[in-house]
Design a protein around this ligand. Structure first.
Ligand SMILES: Nc1nc2c(ncn2[C@@H]2O[C@H](COP(=O)(O)OP(=O)(O)O)[C@@H](O)[C@H]2O)c(=O)[nH]1
Ligand SMILES: [Mg+2]
Length: 331
């Protein structure tokens, strides 16, 4: 997701500090060049000070508002993804609060500019200055919870998978431990985490494969994709990826039944096929683990299974798999 321009959002004190320090520096520059009587000099110095404070603070606030992704133009995939973690409405409100704060700061600046200009007694200038500083600080602190919320959500969004929306995308699916990540590493440039234990994939692994000048994006989607409410966060991400972003599903069967019986794997296959209605290719993993005399027999048994006619075209060879992915992508 494109939030490159959105840096860390600090606490209000940080921004106040930067703005006041900068204002102090500018004020002292004016002081050394100021002309006229004491009152006139004081006015020049303080006008500079309050203007720098206003400029700095409104700049920070506007920067955050601008760099935050605008939700209406966001792909539905990301919108749904966000809804898993936070309320988009709350973020909208917080961005609104920053806008409100920015407006108030400008208003306050106008009021105090007038006060300084109309002041007749230089001793009063300091009083005005302190009053301005106090009111500005309390304004910015009023939206403290909004700064915190926006930073919280920014950190969450940074962890979102960066999926290229324009590329033809294949979701690699199947039960945990069947060899999804292994396959991804074999047919793409990706180096995902592979482990002998189930449920190791903590995030979506992406890989890219180029064949016949076509660049194809592969996403390793962990989880058994049970009922949506029952899924963990990673599984939900996988579900949304398959639903919104994948053009094709690559389903892996592990006939060695290392972790799950073939019967259960067929049930999951049937559900994915029914729920997503996308073209599905079938790959048989770990066939190297069978003894030579067993291998042929196990593969044939699967291919002759009458439940789904496409089982007869289940793939074992990696080159054939790549060809079939590309072939399907051209349909
Ligand atoms: N012999 C053999 N082992 C495999 C193959 N594919 C995966 N494995 C092993 O099966 C385990 C689970 O693989 P992994 O790719 O992490 O499965 P995932 O949970 O579906 O991503 C690991 O120990 C892999 O080394 C294969 O084609 N042949
Ligand atoms: Mg994995």
């Amino acid at each position: 997701m494109d939030i490159e321009g959105l840096g860390k959002i600090e606490r209000p004190d940080f921004y106040l500090d930067v703005a006041f320090r900068k204002a102090m520096k500018s004020a002292s520059e004016v002081r050394s060049g100021a002309k006229g009587d004491r009152l006139k000099k004081s006015k020049q110095i303080e006008l500079k000070r309050i203007t720098v404070i206003k400029k700095e603070l409104t700049r920070f606030l506007e920067q955050i508002q601008k760099a935050y992704p605008s939700f209406d133009n966001l792909h539905i995939f990301y919108q749904d993804l966000m809804r898993l973690f936070f309320s988009i409405d709350d973020v909208r409100k917080s961005l609104g609060a920053l806008g409100w704060c920015s407006k108030k700061i400008s208003e306050m600046h106008r009021v105090y500019t007038k006060k300084i200009k109309q002041c007749r007694d230089f001793r009063q200038i300091n009083v005005i200055r302190r009053s301005y500083s106090g009111r500005i600080s309390s304004l910015v602190k009023q939206v403290k919870k909004d700064f915190l919320l926006l930073e919280e959500c920014r950190k969450i969004m940074k962890r979102f998978p960066t999926i290229k929306m324009k590329l033809y995308t294949v979701a690699i699916t199947g039960f945990p431990n069947v060899g999804k990540s292994t396959l991804l590493s074999k047919i793409s440039s990706s180096k995902p985490e592979i482990s002998a234990y189930a449920f190791t994939t903590k995030k979506l692994n992406m890989g890219y494969m180029i064949k016949d000048h076509k660049k194809i994006q592969l996403v390793d989607t962990p989880g058994t994709l049970n009922r949506f409410e029952k899924m963990n966060v990673i599984e939900k991400q996988a579900f949304l990826t398959i639903k919104y972003l994948s053009h094709q599903i690559l389903y892996i069967f592990d006939l060695t039944e290392g972790s799950y019986p073939v019967e259960s794997q067929i049930k999951l296959y049937a559900r994915l096929k029914k729920d997503f209605r996308k073209p599905i290719l079938i790959y048989l993993s770990k066939t190297d683990m069978f003894d030579d005399d067993e291998r042929e027999q196990e593969i044939n048994k699967f291919r002759k299974n009458k439940k789904f006619k496409e089982f007869s075209r289940a793939i074992i060879d990696l080159e054939e798999l790549k060809d079939r992915i590309v072939e399907e992508s051209k349909k």
